[in-house]
Design a protein around this ligand. Structure first.
Ligand SMILES: Cc1ncc(COP(=O)(O)O)c(C=O)c1O
Length: 367
């Protein structure tokens, strides 16, 4: 008797290419061979799946997450690598959990030093964050030495704190802000020992002076470009996520007919219109404008009309052969190898790849 076949369900699928992830980490290492790689896997590894990515990045030297809950999920899954908590801990309960799980909190404000001064128990390595121009988290450069001294005196802190800052504008290689941030950092830490870390992906790839003891690649690991003026292909990055769905209907639009909610698109001529099963309920951006690119059967086409919760409409004029059931790629790579860079979609939809990745919803089927 033949085995029952697994049901093929219609709907969008996300494929994650683990070898592309590993390739991109190798690119990061090639650019910063003298640095340790602190792979940034916060926000569910930028929407790619925290555990899947952590397991695939066995070659990373440590992981960074934003929140304690993310670090606990990693430990629960048996990940033993060092984990940095980029937002640090905010109370004694969180500090105790950090101790139990051997995490490395970032300390970015005086209240956190006070917390550690009142704490005992297993000493942990901590990272001291200095605000050199992002103006989000961190001690002012002139206060860094005193903060480092206080941390060294805490019984629950192990050794010299590592020293870090975060770059605000490294994606734009034409402005001097990154050099200024580096100079402020160097001045702030001149008299301090402790390993250093400045670079995010853009720093690592584009600003050699930011490659210190540790680099902190995020977006580049997932195969998107951190720069406004270079593509991922130019940087030898491979797309990790591919988002694909299928055509579920095709109809003939008549010249002048309005398509979708609000009638944003009017057919300029008689034309075939495709309907694909993906919408903002899956995380596809509702504000994507007409002609945001997609690949229908490897052929570049564009969306028309407003994105609905579960569907988008497509201009099938560039792909006259398309039939119901054909694959529609929203970004990434088709199984045959045709690619649609997520950065192209992000640019068209007036956002960034980071947001497109992170907004995907649990309704999607990860395969
Ligand atoms: C402190 C810190 N370091 C590194 C990164 C990684 O940045 P990117 O994804 O641009 O490489 C982030 C991400 O926002 C971050 O917050």
């Amino acid at each position: 008797m033949s085995q029952p076949r697994a049901a093929r369900l219609t709907g969008p699928e996300v494929r994650i290419d683990v070898s592309a992830l590993q390739h991109n980490l190798a690119v990061a290492r090639r650019h910063a061979p003298g640095s340790k790689q602190l792979a940034v896997i916060k926000a569910d590894a930028y929407g790619h799946g925290l555990l899947r990515v952590a397991q695939a990045l066995a070659e990373a030297d440590a992981f960074a997450v934003a929140r304690l809950s993310e670090a606990l999920a990693l430990r629960e899954a048996g990940i033993r690598k060092d984990i940095v908590l980029l937002e640090g801990v905010m109370n004694q309960d969180e500090w105790r959990l950090a101790q139990q799980q051997q995490l490395q909190p970032v300390v970015h404000q005086a209240e956190q030093i006070q917390l550690l001064q009142q704490s005992a128990g297993v000493p942990l390595s901590v990272w001291l964050k200095i605000d050199t121009g992002m103006h989000r988290l961190g001690f002012q450069p002139q206060d860094a030495a005193e903060a480092a001294r206080q941390l060294r005196e805490c019984a629950c802190v192990q050794g010299a704190p590592r020293l870090m800052t975060h770059l605000a504008d490294a994606d734009d290689r034409t402005i001097p802000h990154t050099d200024e941030q580096c100079a402020r950092f160097d001045q702030a830490v001149a008299a301090l020992d402790g390993e250093q870390s400045i670079a995010n992906s853009a720093g690592l790839l584009g600003w050699p002076a930011t490659r210190r003891d540790w680099v902190r690649p995020g977006i580049m690991l997932y195969g998107a470009s951190p720069f406004i003026d270079s593509s991922a292909v130019e940087l030898d990055l491979q797309p990790v996520m591919s988002l694909q769905t299928r055509l579920i209907a095709i109809h003939e639009g008549k010249k002048g007919e309005a398509v979708g909610y609000g009638g944003r698109w009017r057919c300029p001529e008689d034309m075939r219109i495709g309907v694909a099963a993906i919408g903002y309920g899956d995380g596809y951006p509702r504000h994507a404008p007409d002609q945001t690119p997609v690949l229908v059967n490897e052929q570049r086409s564009g969306i028309i009309g407003r994105v609905s919760m579960d569907m988008i409409m497509l201009d099938l004029r560039p792909c006259p052969e398309a039939t119901i059931g054909d694959p529609v790629l929203l970004w990434g790579r088709t199984e045959q190898g045709a690619s649609l860079p997520v950065d192209d979609v992000a640019k068209q939809a007036d956002t960034i790849a980071y947001e497109l990745f992170c907004r995907l919803t649990p309704r999607l089927n990860f395969v």
